[in-house]
Design a protein around this ligand. Structure first.
Ligand SMILES: [Zn+2]
Length: 170
């Protein structure tokens, strides 16, 4: 059994006749390029000690109708929160792991589906198990707060959550 790798629905061919996929990863290089763009002029912008500048070093937004012009209006670029995303296929563990990194780029949230071996001495023999990140997990990638079952707020936020957002963090 060999997995078929597709990108945007199109099969990716390789030089190998037998293409044995073990891991697939997408990484964003946030060191180069800008993490923000201006909501008014659309230019990529970078933060300095004095404010936001575009690639020409201009603090004044060319789309500003004011006189003198006002500064750029920073908004984060889509997916600028993501360091990387990956799928790992582990035949020996009979497991598939999806990982998404948003904090320390050396780590990630991981979601693993695995099957308990058929011959395991367990009532769960042959069953599929899903392992997910959870609040207060040891060595957590980033703090999680449950908003509702299956939905978590990631990272620093009001703690405890505002009452209308908190499901049950007791
Ligand atoms: Zn601008």
């Amino acid at each position: 059994m060999f997995p078929l790798l597709t990108v945007n629905g199109a099969a990716v061919s390789t030089d190998d006749d037998v293409f044995d996929v073990e891991s697939i990863a997408i990484e964003f290089d946030h060191e180069s390029g800008n993490s923000h763009a201006c909501a008014a002029c659309g230019n990529p912008i970078a933060q300095t000690t004095t404010g936001w500048i575009d690639d020409d070093g201009e603090e004044e937004c060319p789309a500003s109708a004011d006189s003198p012009p006002t500064g750029h209006q920073a908004q984060p670029l889509p997916l600028s929160w993501c360091n990387s995303a990956a799928i790992q296929l582990e035949e020996e563990q009979d497991a598939v792991t999806v990982s998404i990194s948003v904090g320390d780029p050396r780590g990630a949230f991981t979601f693993t589906m695995t099957r308990v071996p058929e011959d395991a001495d367990s009532e769960l023999a042959g069953c599929l198990l899903l392992h997910m990140p959870y609040p207060k997990q040891p060595f957590e990638h980033a703090p999680l707060q449950e908003v509702r079952p299956g939905t978590y707020l990631v990272g620093s936020a009001p703690s405890p959550l505002p009452r209308h957002l908190a499901h049950s963090n007791a």
